[in-house]
Structures are given as C-alpha cells and as structure tokens.
Design a protein. Sequence first.
Length: 326
Amino acid sequence: MLRKKIDKILKKKAATWVQDDGIQTHGISNLIRWAKRYNTWRYAKRIKAHQRAYDCELDALMQGNGATADFKPSNIMKDGWAIDTSRTLPHLSELLEQAGEIVSERGGKTHSDVQQPFLRNIMFPGDMEKYPALLDFITSHEVMGTVMDYMKTVPVFSQTRPPGVRFMESNDALDPGSDGPYRASQFYHLDVHDTPLVYVLVLIEDVTMDGGPWTFLPMSTSDRAVEALRYQEKGVPYRVTDEAMYNVVDPAEAITFAYPKGTVLFIDSSRCFHYGSRKAIDPRFQLMYAYTSACRADFSQTFMSPFSAPIDEKDSRLRKMLLKKR
Ligand SMILES: [Fe+2]
C-alpha cells in the first residue's frame, strides 16, 4: 500500500526523468543512483527471489529449461558484447520463418505504433500468442545462459521502456525527415533503463551498410568516452554527436552490426555507446529484446503499466520468472 502511494507521488516527476532534457538536467549517474535505491526498497521481494534463484538454484533452473547437466552457453559476452553467426541457436529457424511472415504482411507500410519516424515497431497486440517462436527463442537455455552469465542474476523481461520485445523496421522511405539532420537514437547514447542489462538483437533479413545498421563501441572504449566526455554528469547532453565522440575515441573502434539474416547480437546497451537507423535506404528488420534486472535503474515502473507476455502453466520455472509481471 505504502509502496503504491509513493509510486503515485513520484509518477509525474519520474516521467520527465526518462526524457533527454530530464536526463541532462539531473545527470544519468544521479538518476541511476536514485532509481536503484528506490527500486531496491520498492521491489525487494522480487529482487531477493531472483538473486537467490541465480545463486542457489541455477543448475536446476537451467535443466528445467532444456539444458543438459554439463551445459555451458556457446556465447559469452566479452567487453559488453557477443555476436553469434552460427544460426544454430534453438528456435532461431522458426523465429526467422515467423518473423518473415510479419515482414511480408506489414513491412514498408505505416502503422500506428511509430516509435520514431526512422524506427517503427511492426509488432501488433496478440503477436506473442500468434507467433510462439518470438518468446521460445528468447527464453531458450542458450540465450538465457548467455544473458545470465553476464548479468549474474535471473533477469526480467523489460516491462515498461522498452517493451521486452520489439520488431523494428528502419526505412528511409517511411521517414519524411530522412534528408534532414540525425535525431534521437541516431546519435550515440547509452540506454538508461537498467545497468547492467542485455539487449538481444536478431537480424530478420540481411543487413548491409545501406540498411542503417546498429553501430556500437565496446564497453572499454565506451568507458573511456564516458570519462572524457563527463557523459553521465549533470548538464552534459544525453545524445553525443559523432564529432564529439570521435574527438575522444578512434572511429575505427566502432563495430557495425551489418551481418546476414539470423545473426544475433548480445550487448549491454547501458555500457556500450550505440546508434542506429541512419540512412536506411534498404529497409532493416530487426527484433530487439530487452532483459533487465528485477531492480531497474529508472523510475518507469511508477508511471507505466507493465507490458505483459503470455505465460503457460506448463512453462519452465525459469521462463515464468523471466516473463512474470511485476
Ligand atoms: Fe539505445
């Protein structure tokens, strides 16, 4: 009761703390510290349950989710990222098939859920039930194994910003401002939903340099940039121009996620600077999944209703823990 009351009090202010202006006014590091402190108290029960499960029951949870007793994830994130080019991850072939159906039906058209004119979500309500591979892929022991090896806890499927799964189309033909200057996430930035966190990006079609590929700096390079730019301090802009970034790091350190269909990127987008959707002359179709901890680094849970994913009674305990609503 008390927790809900305090959520209500914080609600209005908190909504401004996730906008670029609010971030710049207060400084990312302050906002993260305040949010972590509040959420540690607000969601204490779930945080403890997820940590205890990871510390004490990980093998049993993984085996209940399809892993063998000697399982080790085939991808380990190093310097904040890992790329899987094997195209053999569990449920990936069904995912590509089902996502391909969505592209044929909705790609290249305008829909109501426009995140940005240059980055559009083509998921519709009910898709997670209609296309089961969307969740089967992301809850598999392989993908969960890589994510948990990095996060050192049982994660939560992001329930506010961003929703745990988005299917993003970047397409200059749908963007009336494609000839103008870059906007929002077309500039380098670090995500602020949580830290550490993991994004899993899946290419649904081949992506070349003409598809506005996601581009990032490894964690060690990003750390240097944070320090040199005083990035998370008060008054420092949230978005970073190429000019400012390449003043402090070598452009050759940037990694471009331009790969064939079925390639998967695991990345901590709160620690690796990134941008994307620049000059997507060839439409780019990319699934974006977001895992956070049970203790997020923002206040979005005070002012947003949780995104909900379908849970079946027969689902594994690990999958239920990941998808459960707060
Ligand atoms: Fe981002």
